[in-house]
Design a protein around this ligand. Sequence first.
Ligand code: NAG
Ligand code: NAG
Length: 115
Amino acid sequence: MLMSYFFLSIFPVSSGQDRVKQSSGEMPESEGAQVILMCNYTTTSLSPDLFWYKQLPNRSPTFILNQYTTEPDFKYSATLNSTLRTFPLMIKNLLVSDSAVYYCALSKSAKYISE
Ligand SMILES: *[C@@H]1O[C@H](CO)[C@@H](O)[C@H](O)[C@H]1NC(C)=O
Ligand SMILES: *[C@@H]1O[C@H](CO)[C@@H](O)[C@H](O)[C@H]1NC(C)=O
């Protein structure tokens, strides 16, 4: 099988005291592989909403999922761990079309802001 290589780029997003920390940079991956993009966050919110977005070159970011997305999806999955404060995105069966910038984003829940 011919393996082609490409890159996933991930960058941090933050606002104020709430921030997400990703291992930024570029990750070379092979087609068909499975990758986990880590997202660590800190927040003052007791009930933050976590999201993953994907941005293709010259496009706007598009929503992939949040922690409430429960439909089984072969391609993407992420489980919020509020103890470790992590929201790692697993991407299965990588294709060249998965080469993109992935953003982990955090939003305070309107109902439970603690400050
Ligand atoms: C994110 O959290 C995990 C689990 O606690 C830890 O192993 C990892 O080093 C952290 N990564 C960053 C970038 O802080
Ligand atoms: C969060 O991570 C800890 C340490 O790995 C684990 O014990 C716990 O079960 C995890 N919680 C969830 C909700 O996955």
